[in-house]
Design a protein around this ligand. Sequence first.
Ligand SMILES: Cc1ncc(COP(=O)(O)O)c(C=O)c1O
Length: 370
Amino acid sequence: MLWATSPACTELETHVLDWLVEMLDLPSKFLSTSTGGGVIQDTASSSSLCALLAARERATNFASNQRGCDGKLVAYTSSQAHSSIEKAVQIAGLGRANLRLIDVDESFAMRPEALALQVETDRRAGLVPCFVCATVGTTSSNAIDPVGKIGRICREQKLWLHVDAAMSGTAALCPELRRIHRGLEWADSYCFNPHKWMFTNFDCDCFYVADRSALIQTLSVLPEYLRNQATASGAVIDYRDWQIPLGRRFRSLKLWFVIRHYGVEGLQYHIRRHVALAQQFAEWVGNDERFELAAPAPLNLICFRHKGGDDANQTLLERLNQSGDLYLTHTRLTDRLTLRFCVGQTNTEARHVERAWKRIQQEAEKLGPK
Ligand SMILES: Cc1ncc(COP(=O)(O)O)c(C=O)c1O
């Protein structure tokens, strides 16, 4: 719970999170040796909540911790953001009515000009905009919000920018895929989940802040029974002040093992392989006139649908998932049922993807002509 109760737990966590800044080429402000630093949370949901709490406090000069929220603080994210942002807004006491779901473009990425307009409208109405969450790799379609443009608006308007890269952040291990993080230098906080696509057992989310003092001041409560010399010296990290719970697991150990086991090149090899397999799948979909791609596919998630409409896609989904041969997830994009095929499991190989596509084609055959 404290540095003093297990120095190794804290020190290894700091060390591994600094490794990851370098491995993903994240902005150096996220290093522990800079103004910021990283901490391992259980999930991206917890990271977003912590980011929102720090944003809330920074915007109110730490008065809302004292007095509670006054109903005026406003948070922003896109209509495609994960539901954990809505949950965070509820828990943090902003109220769901004060979450703005900003419109997206045809690639399902947030429209920065719509964000700017909404912030202006809210300010004119006497409200207090405080937090924006951009997503790098939305859950539904893997859309990548224009973080740079959003970041400039946040800087101008003094809004906390959190970047949620829960699944897709891992792609930045590969230099040729780092475009997903363009603009990250504007972010106040960032998270990605090694438990999603970096071969790490659940749970493990890496959460970085640019200014650790804002987070610590937000979450720190120091009763007598937690006082100790190490904390008082100011020379150590007490991660209890970087998260909601007091006690914590030794999660950095498994991350250390993963990184040591694969090495950076090994991790890159698997990420590239997954992206290539997914892109191959997208090509097959695109070449089959019964199907269409439903969204751009920048990485390892392919959104597609049968051209026969929602009923046909529902039938395909149910039959395939009940077969036990493969498991597709679904979403709705532009209000049409959409099938989702994701390659991210450690041992997925070309033969699995080939077989999955053959099974999808077989089931499509049974549907008859579109
Ligand atoms: C973009 C994004 N953010 C957040 C989450 C929530 O992840 P967690 O279970 O780590 O809270 C997900 C999970 O699907 C996600 O895709």
